[in-house]
Design a protein around this ligand. Structure first.
Ligand code: UDP
Length: 326
C-alpha cells in the first residue's frame, strides 16, 4: 500500500498504519491509544531511555499494536506499509538535558533524520513533535508560530532547544527538497497520567512532593509562568493536525498561564497537603514566561482545549496517588 492508497483508504474507513517513535513515552503512548481508537494499526518504537513498558502494558495481545525496542539514532526500517510516521521520541525534562545531553542531541538530529528517511521510503506522512522550547526565553508574549525565538545556543537547555530547531529545519528541508508530506506541532507544557514519578518537571515534582508531605521545590522566586495543557486535549489536536492539509508549524497548548508559585499553592490545595513551599536557586536560562498564541490551531484545525485545569490536575493527582500508593 502506498501513501496515496493509504490516504485514499482512510477516506473509505480502512485501517491505516502508523509508526510512533517514543511510543512507550508519556505522549507517544497516549497517541497510540488514540490512533488505535480511530482504527489505526500502530508500531511503537522506543529505546526505553525515558519511556516505560508499563505505559503500553495494556496493549499486550492487541493484534493492532506492535512494540519494537530500538534506538532510532541507528538507521531502522519497519516491515510493511506505513501511512504516518509520528516522531515523538525525545527526553523532554530539563533534568534529562543535564543527565543525558548527548542522547537528547542525537535523537533530535540522527533520530529525526532516520524517521524522515523512513517516511520518504514508505511514502508516508511525517509528523514532527516539536516544542515551545524553540522560542527559548521569549521576548514576544504570547508566542505565535511566526516568532523566531530567543535561544541560548550553548546553555544547558540548548541540547533540547537546538535539536528540536534542527528537527524542524530538516523536516522543512525534506518537504522542500523531496516533496515529503510533513506536519510540525509545537507542544507547550503538557502533563497527565503516565509521566514518570521522577520526571523532574514541575507537575510530577509538585504532586509527588505534596502527596508525600515534602516541601514543594519552587525554583527562583516562582514568578516565572507556564501554560499547562492536558494530554487528552493535546492529542486531539495532534490528530486534527495530522489529518489536515496544513504544513506550517502549529502551537498546541492552553491559555491557563500560571506562575509557578501559584501553581504550587493550587496543588497543595487540591491534594489537601500540609506541605510548604521551599524556594531553591533559579535554573539557568529558565524561560520567564510562556503562553501560546493558539489562533492558528483554532482557525485552521477548529481546535481549542476543553479540560478545565482543576479536572486535569485532579486526574493526574489520582494517577500519582495510585503510583505512589499514597
Ligand atoms: N519548576 C519549579 N520546581 C520544580 C520543577 C520545575 O519551580 O520542582 C519550574 C521551572 O523552573 C520552570 C517551570 O517550573 O520555570 C516549568 O518547568 P518544567 O521542568 O516542568 O518544564 P519547562 O517548561 O521548564 O521545560
Amino acid at each position: 500500500m502506498t501513501s496515496e492508497n493509504g490516504h485514499f483508504l482512510s477516506i473509505l474507513g480502512a485501517s491505516l498504519r502508523s509508526v510512533i517513535t517514543g511510543g512507550a513515552g508519556f505522549l507517544g503512548s497516549h497517541l497510540a491509544d488514540y490512533l488505535l481508537s480511530k482504527g489505526h494499526e500502530v508500531v511503537l518504537i522506543d529505546n526505553l531511555v525515558t519511556g516505560a513498558k508499563e505505559n503500553i502494558a495494556h496493549l499486550e495481545g492487541n493484534p493492532k499494536a506492535t512494540f519494537v525496542e530500538a534506538d532510532i539514532c541507528d538507521p531502522f526500517d519497519v516491515a510493511g506499509p506505513v501511512d504516518f510516521v509520528f516522531n515523538f521520541a525525545s527526553p523532554a525534562s530539563p533534568i534529562d538535558f543535564d543527565r543525558i545531553p548527548i542522547e537528547v542531541m542525537k535523537v533530535g538530529s540522527y533520530g529525526t533524520h532516520n524517521c524522515l528517511e523512513l517516511a520518504r521510503r514508505k511514502g508516508a506522512r511525517f509528523f514532527m513533535a516539536s516544542t515551545s522550547e524553540v522560542y527559548g526565553d521569549p521576548h514576544v508574549h504570547p508566542q505565535p508560530e511566526s516568532y523566531w525565538g530567543n535561544v541560548n545556543p550553548i546553555g544547558p537547555r540548548s541540547v533540547y532547544d537546538e535539536a528540536k530547531r534542527y528537527s524542524e529545519a530538516i523536516t522543512m528541508a525534506y518537504r522542500r527538497h523531496y516533496g515529503l508530506d510533513t506536519r510540525i506541532v509545537r507542544f507547550f507544557n503538557t502533563f497527565g497520567p503516565r509521566m514518570r514519578l521522577d520526571d523532574g518537571r514541575v507537575i510530577p515534582n509538585f504532586i509527588t512532593q505534596a502527596l508525600s508531605g515534602k516541601p514543594l521545590t519552587v525554583y527562583g522566586d516562582g514568578m516565572q509562568t507556564r501554560s499547562l495543557g492536558y494530554y487528552r486535549d493535546i492529542i486531539e489536536g495532534v490528530y486534527l493536525l495530522a489529518t489536515s492539509d496544513y504544513q506550517e508549524p502549529v502551537n498546541l497548548g492552553t491559555h491557563d498561564e500560571y506562575t509557578m508559585k501559584d501553581l504550587a499553592t493550587l496543588i497543595i490545595e487540591l491534594t489537601n497537603s500540609s506541605s510548604v513551599v521551599a524556594h531553591l536557586p533559579e535554573l539557568k536560562d529558565d524561560p520567564k514566561q510562556r503562553r501560546p498564541d493558539t489562533t492558528r490551531a483554532q482557525t485552521i484545525l477548529g481546535w481549542s482545549p476543553k479540560t478545565p485545569l482543576a479536572q486535569s490536575l485532579g486526574e493526574t493527582i489520582e494517577f500519582f496517588r495510585g503510583k505512589m500508593g499514597a
